[in-house]
Design a protein around this ligand. Structure first.
Ligand SMILES: NC(=O)c1ccc[n+]([C@@H]2O[C@H](COP(=O)([O-])OP(=O)(O)OC[C@H]3O[C@@H](n4cnc5c(N)ncnc54)[C@H](OP(=O)(O)O)[C@@H]3O)[C@@H](O)[C@H]2O)c1
Length: 432
């Protein structure tokens, strides 16, 4: 099987290295050799740590899709639109297979690309787009295919997980750990997509579509990132028996008006002892709950050249073996278009944190708002007064189980209060 690779960065060079290293076992498992014939990137002269002089070079990456000697195009450029999308469309329209690691592109244009693939009878695969080296798309498409999934959730962004678990281990604050993460290569120089939860949302939208057989709907994911989480929140959560992790979760809710899809990404408190609480550093983990399989946990390296190349090459082997189904598990025309769920009535416990002025009456004001919002407080911690007179103090509480909308209502009652010195932070507590 002859392939062309666009993008020779971390993942592209990793794929070439893997195909070289495991050449014989891949040929045996694929039933035929997988040969790179052509490549493209921006800079032909750049040293990539792998020999690319043996491959044909195209300055214009979409030319890869027009080559007669190419069966499958591998897109490892990145970006939801632009050259990656142009190349992907061209490859499928030419009837060539497409393998990509590009979660942003699949989250935004996955249905369109799947329609092109189905129309052309060409394979489209994107295992590396979610969870790096973890075969979670395969797990959901194949391993749990006989189940109705009740829920899929997990730690989908290694950068956020590295930052939160390092804050937990060192007590350092967000900005300091982010800087370290950038220095160590666990965070991009522009970390916005990661720390604001967008990257996790891309992956969640893909998992939800595959897990529930729904049309991918990235725009409906409700997203909040980790920038508001302070070291003090992590310490407080720890004292209460929890860790804080960025969690993406999706489920389908049956309502009298029909099924609704819930998709959200937000930092959550997780009880120590829950399988996700032990997931540290840049690791990713996905939990899928099937109605017959029970709870399954997929865990491993969520990024990096080796793990991501492993997922890309597994897709290539599937194509070489002719083991290819519909990209989203069922044909695009049969995917359900579900409106987003309104989760306000859902029951749960929350951690709430307020920064307040250190003066009499503030605590009474907060607890009155909780009472009027019908939020029942399980525990309340007021941080001791600091050395500086007049400095802000932190008030944290954990609520009893109640409807999510009540917490929102109580916070609305506090909006504009001059006792608060910043936006309150609300972190849901993940159910066991
Ligand atoms: N890195 C990971 O661990 C990881 C994990 C899972 C998924 N992914 C996904 O894999 C994809 C690639 O990621 P990466 O980390 O390998 O990125 P990267 O290291 O930045 O590499 C990107 C490659 O694309 C080429 N490129 C970028 N813009 C181009 C353009 N306009 N025209 C031609 N070539 C262009 C670059 O060429 P030059 O080298 O010549 O500049 C480079 O070789 C992305 O979709 C990413 O989300 C990455």
């Amino acid at each position: 099987m002859r392939i062309a690779i666009a993008g020779l960065g971390t993942v592209g060079a990793g794929v070439i290295r893997l195909l070289d290293t495991n050449r014989d076992l891949i040929a045996a498992r694929a039933g035929r050799a997988i040969e790179v014939v052509a490549v493209s990137a921006r800079d032909r002269a750049k040293d990539r740590g792998v020999d690319i002089a043996r491959f044909a070079w195209e300055d214009d990456m979409t030319a890869l899709a027009r080559r007669d000697d190419v069966d499958v195009v591998v897109e490892l450029v990145g970006g939801s639109d632009g050259p990656a999308l142009a190349l992907s469309r061209a490859a499928l329209q030419a009837g060539k297979g497409l393998v990509t690691a590009n979660k942003a592109m699949i989250a935004h244009h996955g249905l369109h690309l799947a329609e092109l693939a189905e129309g052309a009878g060409a394979p489209l695969k994107f295992e590396a787009a979610v969870g790096g080296g973890i075969p979670v798309i395969k797990g959901l498409r194949e391993g749990t295919s006989a189940n109705a999934l009740t829920k899929v959730y997990g730690i989908l962004n290694g950068t956020c997980n590295y930052i939160l678990s390092t804050m937990e281990a060192t007590g350092a604050d967000f900005a300091e750990v982010l800087k370290d993460a950038q220095r160590l290569g666990f965070a991009e120089s522009d970390p916005a997509f990661d720390i604001e939860g967008v990257d996790a949302a891309h992956k969640l939208a893909i998992l939800a579509a595959i897990g529930f057989g729904t049309r991918i709907d990235f725009g409906a994911v409700s997203v909040s990132g980790i920038t508001a989480v302070r070291a003090a929140d992590i310490a407080q959560a720890g004292a209460l028996g929890f860790v804080i992790r960025l969690i993406g979760e999706a489920d389908v809710e049956e309502t009298p008006e029909g099924a609704r899809l819930l998709q959200r990404v937000r930092p959550c408190l997780i009880a120590k002892g829950h399988p996700l609480s032990a997931v540290d550093g840049p690791t990713n983990a996905v939990v899928a709950e099937g109605n017959f399989s029970g709870r399954l946990l997929f865990q491993g390296a969520g990024a990096g050249d080796g793990p991501t190349a492993s997922a890309v090459a597994a897709d290539l082997i599937d194509i070489a073996r002719d083991e290819v189904g519909a990209p989203f598990s069922i044909p695009v025309a049969q995917l359900a278009a579900l409106p987003p769920a309104e989760p306000g009535h859902r029951m749960g416990r929350s951690y709430l944190r307020f920064m307040v002025k250190d003066r009499p009456g503030v605590l009474a004001e907060i607890t009155a708002a909780m009472r009027d919002g019908a939020v029942s407080i399980e525990s309340l911690i007021q941080q001791g007064r600091g050395a500086d007179e007049g400095a802000d103090v932190m008030v944290a509480m954990v609520t009893h189980e109640g409807p999510e909308a009540n917490v929102r209502r109580a916070l609305d009652l506090l909006a504009g209060s001059d006792s608060l010195t910043g936006e309150p932070l609300v972190l849901p507590i993940l159910a066991a």
